[in-house]
Design a protein around this ligand. Structure first.
Ligand SMILES: Nc1ncnc2c1ncn2[C@@H]1O[C@H](COP(=O)(O)OP(=O)(O)O)[C@@H](O)[C@H]1O
Ligand SMILES: [Mg+2]
Length: 492
């Protein structure tokens, strides 16, 4: 829920349609503030506790083109109707109200205007437009064009044609602002005014004509949508790319009394931004390709060791090579998963599943089914954490498979289960518990006495690479190992 929706839901009785209209208005009104050189406040009706009429401020917009009058934030504040008489008049008279004399109460002369906001047949809110007139001097051509257009935009809000009910309401985070470049065209589509930035943007698009006095059709490389908009009155946002230059345009037809009297064309050059985005995509693809190759190389190494193991006669040597193959394969799994991701983070559940698959395919005989369970969500981990953690997990699971269920010595009393549980309630730490219901660790031995290469590798990786802790406890039955991995310090 947006701030506006929240305020309206709690403090006013506006319909859903009216709420949507105001939400769309907030997407447009920066242009009005900038062209008016004025602060804008959006007001809706509400009541005081004693039921006297009042107005609730539900939006505030400061101009980029001049200093603000209000340094404080008024959104959410309620004013008795008597404190804001012009809002009341705009609501009742349903027309734009201008005050004759500036108000000096803030210390500077402020001229206020109240614009009723129409949605369908109702006036649902009022925008006050307040500008500091102390700095007024003979305005430039640019300022005059801005002020004239601002008056027309305000009139459209009062007539209910801005925001346009049929305009698309997509997110427009890159939408051009007044300062980016602005062109004013007349009802025939001929440019009547163009700001220097707008002229530069069209030069980048290859337009050699003088911009002023040129028809949009000649000026713009892809004018179809703009001309269509000038005919229908529905604003459009469109991006155009020519000669590697990318410009986004926002075309707002100006409507007065049902007639299209011209249009405002806001343009913003985003060439560098787009180039940057493309470069990032290429970089991502390259990194993925490298992970893919690392995975292939590791798999080749594993295959070579497997070949070599087959030629050995000593069981111990064969087993040692077999373990190395498994360790290398677990690292390869991480690279494989990273090669599938757009970003350098991996969903660790996927890696865990792959480790379990690898172990249950290679090592669990059909006569000893082990059930693997996986609960909780480790979420995404960076490659720096995922690689050592995958190795640790592979060691622990391998031990469960190898030592927890020596069924040739004693048949298991119950189904053999191994559970991996992730807990990431806390953003800074991942807890991993690996528990089996097997025979348990040999009696009396401490971890240090027990540990051969596997547990040593696991512990060293966890404590030195990941800066985490390693805890072994005897379950009833079985063995439980708990790992705690700090997430931010280790990755930074
Ligand atoms: N889940 C387990 N259940 C029973 N015993 C285990 C378990 N995990 C480890 N152990 C014991 O700890 C010893 C050391 O494990 P490890 O360091 O991985 O070396 P290895 O697996 O090569 O014997 C194992 O030999 C085994 O006795
Ligand atoms: Mg082991």
């Amino acid at each position: 829920m947006t701030l506006l929706e929240n305020l309206l839901a709690h403090r006013s009785t506006l319909s859903e349609e009216a709420t949507d209209h105001l939400q769309a208005l907030l997407g447009e009104w920066q242009t009005l503030a900038d062209m008016s050189f004025a602060d804008l406040l959006l007001w809706v009706r509400c009541e005081l506790a004693d039921q006297r009429p009042a107005y609730l401020c539900v939006g505030q917009m400061r101009p980029y083109t001049t200093q603000t009058i209000y340094t404080e934030d008024l959104v959410g504040q309620v004013f008795p109707a008597s404190a804001r008489p012009m809002v009341g008049r705009a609501l009742v008279e349903q027309r734009v109200i201008r005050d004759a004399d500036p108000d000096w109460s803030t210390g500077v002369p402020v001229r206020e205007e109240a614009i009723p906001i129409r949605c369908g047949s109702d006036v649902i809110a009022v925008i006050t437009r307040e500008s500091n007139v102390s700095t007024a001097r003979a305005p430039s051509q640019l300022e005059l064009t801005y002020l004239q257009t601002a008056g027309e935009l305000a009139q459209m809000m009062a007539e209910g044609t801005l925001p346009h009910p049929d305009a698309s309401r997509d997110e427009r985070e890159l939408a051009p602002r007044v300062g980016d470049g602005i062109i004013r065209v007349d009802a025939d589509g001929v440019v009547a005014f163009a700001s220097p930035n707008a002229i530069s943007a069209y030069r980048r698009l290859g337009s050699l004509d003088s911009v002023m006095g040129t028809h949009v059709e000649r000026l713009d490389p892809e004018p179809r949508q703009l001309l269509e908009s000038l005919r229908t009155g529905i604003p459009v946002d469109a991006e155009v790319e020519v000669n590697d230059a990318v410009v986004i345009r926002r075309f707002i037809p100006l409507i007065s009394g049902g007639r299209i009297i011209g249009a405002l064309l806001l343009v913003r050059e985003v060439t560098e931004l787009r180039q940057h985005e493309r470069a990032l995509m290429v970089k991502d693809a390259t990194i993925r390709e490298i992970h893919h190759r690392v995975k292939n190389n590791l798999q080749t190494v594993a295959a070579l060791l497997r070949l070599q193991a087959r030629r050995l006669h000593s069981d111990e040597a064969r087993a040692a090579l077999g373990e190395s193959v498994r360790r290398i394969t677990s690292i390869a799994l991480v690279h494989e998963t990273l090669s599938e991701e757009a970003r350098q983070r991996v969903p660790f559940t996927r890696i865990t599943r792959r480790i379990i698959d690898m172990l249950s395919q290679g090592l669990v005989g059909p006569d000893l089914p082990i059930e693997f369970g996986l609960t909780g969500d480790p979420d995404e981990l960076s490659a720096e954490v995922a690689t050592p953690l995958a190795l640790v997990l592979a060691e622990l699971l391998q031990n469960c498979v190898e030592h927890a269920f020596p069924y040739d010595q004693q048949p298991p009393a119950q189904d053999a289960c191994v559970n991996v549980c992730f807990d990431r309630n806390d953003d800074d730490e991942l807890r991993v518990v690996v528990a089996d219901n097997g025979v348990g660790l040999p009696d009396g031995a401490t971890l240090d006495e027990l540990a051969n290469l596997g547990l040593r590798i696991a512990r060293t990786l966890l404590e030195t690479e990941l800066g985490g802790t390693f805890d072994v406890s005897r379950g009833d039955p079985g063995t439980t190992i708990e790992l705690r991995v700090p997430l931010r310090p280790a990755t930074s």
